[in-house]
Design a protein around this ligand. Sequence first.
Ligand code: BGC
Length: 734
Amino acid sequence: MAAWRRIGTACCVALGVLAGSLTAGAADVARPFGLDPAVEQRIDDLLARMTLAEKIGQLRQGGWSPDFDLGQASRGEIGSLTNAEDPHETARIQQAARSSRLGIPILLADNVIHGFRTLFPVPIALAASFEPDLVEEASAWAGREAHAAGLHWTLAPMVDLTRDPRWGRVVEGPGEDPVLGAAMAAAQVRGFLKGGIMASLKHYAGYGAAEAGRDYNTTEISPGTMRDIYLPAFRAGVEAGSQSVMAAFNALNGTPATANPWTLQTILKGEWGFDGFVISDWDSVWELMNHGHAGSPAEAARRAMLAGLDVEMAGDMFKENLADEVAAGRIPPARIDDAVRRVLRVKFRMGLFDRPDPDPAAAEAQMLTPAAREAAKAAAIASFVLLKNDRDLLPLAPRGKRVALIGGIAASPADHMGSWGANGRQDDAVTLATALTAKAAAGGFTVTTAAGCDPACRSEEGFAEAVAVARAADVVVVALGEPWWMTAEGTSRTQLGLPNRQQALLEAVAATGKPVVLVVFGGRPMTIGWAAEHVPAILYAWSPGTMGGAALAEVLLGEAAPTGRLPMTMPRAVGQIPLYYNHLPTGRPPTGDHYSSKYIDEEVTPLFPFGYGLTYTRFAYANLRLAEHVLKPGDTVEASVSVTNTGPRAGRETVQLYMRDPVASKSRPVRELKAFRKVSIAPGATERVTFRVPVEAFGFHLDDGRYVVEPGRFEIHVGGSATDTIGTGFEVRN
Ligand code: BGC
């Protein structure tokens, strides 16, 4: 454990200082990969035999395309390649690399974001499960399939914390909370490794804070907030064994992340002891010139390399400039050797030098297995967030009834699969329309479908038919939301309502007076205030993956219950953004007073808070007790609460523990999630749920990097969302 040290501040005495972040110091962590002297020696031997050109080759990642020149691999010009997915092609490329002068194998990467062939729910949905074990399994399946296709490496997970749903890449990440984000980061890294491929934590760092939610935009984040909010997920991923980290496109406080010595060198490689390699994002070394951070390609390559970037993705800045920069004495040869050593180390660790390559002929049999499909369905069910369920409209009890299914998305495989679909195929995907219809005969109900409009809903042409179908039904399920291409990289939005004419369709259907269940697809929180007011049941389904439709049908019919929680606050209006639960207090909390922190045209509260979600039963919290009320550094806070299932069905509740440090030398957030656990509780039963959280987790970072837990009173709040909690407190004394 890192040593505690006392510091004084102007207003109070800090109890302790932790060298790093919320977790133990780098040296304390049992890492899955240690430095192996035998491997380092083999690297020494290779380095001694490599030409400078061969070394620079190892620092370049190519992008595969159908006309890919195999000679790049056989001449040792690229150390890695991304985007090749066909197992026969990856085998061919690997063979070419092994035929190079020194026989150094190539690292083959792909964006395996939420599955390879079997697509799981998109990452924001996986985060909504609040189940790291399940997410680890999802990543393990992704890893197994990718590994079978000859890949070693996924350009995932994206662990960019974000507070802005205008940013399209929200879909790829864990949402707005650092503790949830860290749990998801570690789970994915472990899962990928278990499946046989290594991860790349991305995009390091601060990318999710892009100003105005506009992709690739600049960010301003204080060092303390970086360490408290944006960095914990990266650190957790490094500790879980991620062998690579991808630098982000954005500039952070004026210095592009691609060439940022503070994040790359001081923190990642220095404080955290990261001994894998850092890769740029797509051509982002070249973009240093657009950032105004380099005046020439040579300067761009030099700045990136000297800041700690090891590998360039997709560009030619390293290829064209590194040799000259070394010859001119502007880049020390030792820096090149260090970067190459990191790449080779990872290749050794991933077994590329020593293990046989997978047999491409055996790949297909390992794809989309029944077990993988079952896991994908379970993950989807765990990720659905039930936002509203008036008079228990869900689950539907449709026997003898006519069900109308409206919405173009309901029958669209691509929109179930989601963006970053890797090798996923539309033919594999089970849609809601297919799955619900398949259950009709046995369930004694009928399903009539009408799209109303195409998934994006640009025209009202089909509305009349949809309304007629709704009118002729007993209950209507309407599937709307973001088509897959609207929720991905480069898809920032200024309006977050249901896209185009979708709400008009919903209003027309609701006007029939039939009970309506709204199923929302998409990759981010949307402003669905009208629906929340007028539609009795709303299920947030995200982009649920290959088995998404099957999962939805089971949940709608009550064969399974939704158990997801919002990993991001859902705003009422775009004008509230950034809106996140762990915000700082204001000197004028919102009241009825005109001169308080509020809006004159909208509530300040969210439509639905972080951590929120219903299921098919209800839970009540009572008897929150702490084992001790006075603690000191090194102690553990033990909090127990009774959770009773007060409803008629068995159910799973996500119990969340939040804290607040009400008075500190720096204003602290009004709530901070510190622990969570999903528990199954039988109807009428009460479970006692106990959390143990080290006192060290109750501190924060100063801007100079020191971590402090200040003495005084702390609040503990436990409940089923960030706002629906019961509370108690304790004191930290020296
Ligand atoms: C994205 C990365 C991705 C890379 C390679 C970039 O545009 O930002 O997340 O891994 O492309 O496809």
